[in-house]
Write a new protein. Structure first.
Length: 278
């Protein structure tokens, strides 16, 4: 069963409800079709973008109904997602998580990896201006063989691009398993468990946040929605480096999204404890 999410979260697709974290309100590849929100199926592209799952139904089966968030492989045994994906009223401490890199969570070929554990930024949720909304899920050694981890950006990467005027007309690429969104009328959020890709225009840069437009009527592009939380944002010129991760946006997924930057001192302070940063 899927129920309507609360305003200002882009997490939990299994129930389509709000995550437990505070509201985060900040003080393309040529040839891809431009669709709102989740865009078009990636197929075999972006194989290192995965789905975060937990046994929501408390049954004997893990499948697409258990999709909760999106994330990315950043080291052979490290899966990056959002803190609000692992800390919520539906995922209490000790929750067993699973990660799937299947492009279709309902396909017969669906498979998943049982996580060894997780950690989230201990500063998460204490400051709305810098939410520290990051978590790492630990995967068993050798479980991601054949997948290439994504890179993380160097310190101040987006600031440098902005100073050079390189963000004004920049297009970003969104990848995730989350819901789509209706363009008009009462909001609806169809979900099919398929990993998809879309593009979104740059809107603004703040110390901890990357703002993107996803009003398809204005930009003819797309964005992200519920279940995409923790998913990666790429420059359309570099699909190997994650510059930000999905955190929050407007309730009907029709206007804007605000994504947590990975090139800031606060993000690097957390991530640098677990892997070597550029």
């Amino acid at each position: 069963m899927r129920i309507l999410p609360s305003i200002f979260t882009l997490a939990p697709c299994a129930l389509l409800i709000a995550a437990c974290g505070d509201r985060a309100t900040p003080t393309g590849s040529p040839g891809w079709p431009s669709f709102i929100v989740n865009g078009v199926p990636t197929g075999s592209d972006f194989p290192s973008v995965g789905a975060l799952l937990f046994n929501y139904n408390r049954d004997a089966v893990i499948n697409g109904d258990d999709e909760w968030c999106t994330g990315s492989l950043i080291a052979p045994d490290l899966f990056l997602t959002a803190a609000h994906c692992v800390i919520s009223s539906f995922t209490p401490p000790g929750t067993q998580f699973y990660v799937s890199f299947s492009s279709d969570l309902y396909a017969k070929s669906f498979s998943y990896i049982t996580a060894r554990g997780y950690v989230y930024d201990p500063l998460y949720g204490h400051d709305e201006a810098d939410l520290h909304d990051m978590a790492l899920v630990f995967l068993p050694k050798g479980s991601t063989r054949g997948l290439t981890p994504f890179k993380l950006p160097p310190a101040g990467y987006l600031d440098q691009l902005a100073a050079q005027g390189g963000l004004v007309s920049q297009v970003f690429v969104n990848v995730g398993y989350g819901t789509s969104a209706s363009l008009t009328g009462p909001p609806s959020f169809p979900f099919d468990g398929v990993r998809k890709v879309s593009e979104a225009e740059f809107m603004g840069l703040q110390p901890a946040w990357l703002g993107l437009l996803m009003n398809s009527n204005a930009t003819d592009l797309g964005g992200d929605c519920y279940g995409d939380s923790g998913g990666p944002k790429f420059l359309d010129s570099d699909l190997t480096t994650i510059v930000a991760t999905v955190t929050t946006g407007d309730y009907p997924c029709r206007a804007t999204s605000w994504d947590y930057r990975l090139d800031t001192p606060s993000a690097r302070n957390f991530l640098g404890r677990y892997l070597t940063l550029p």
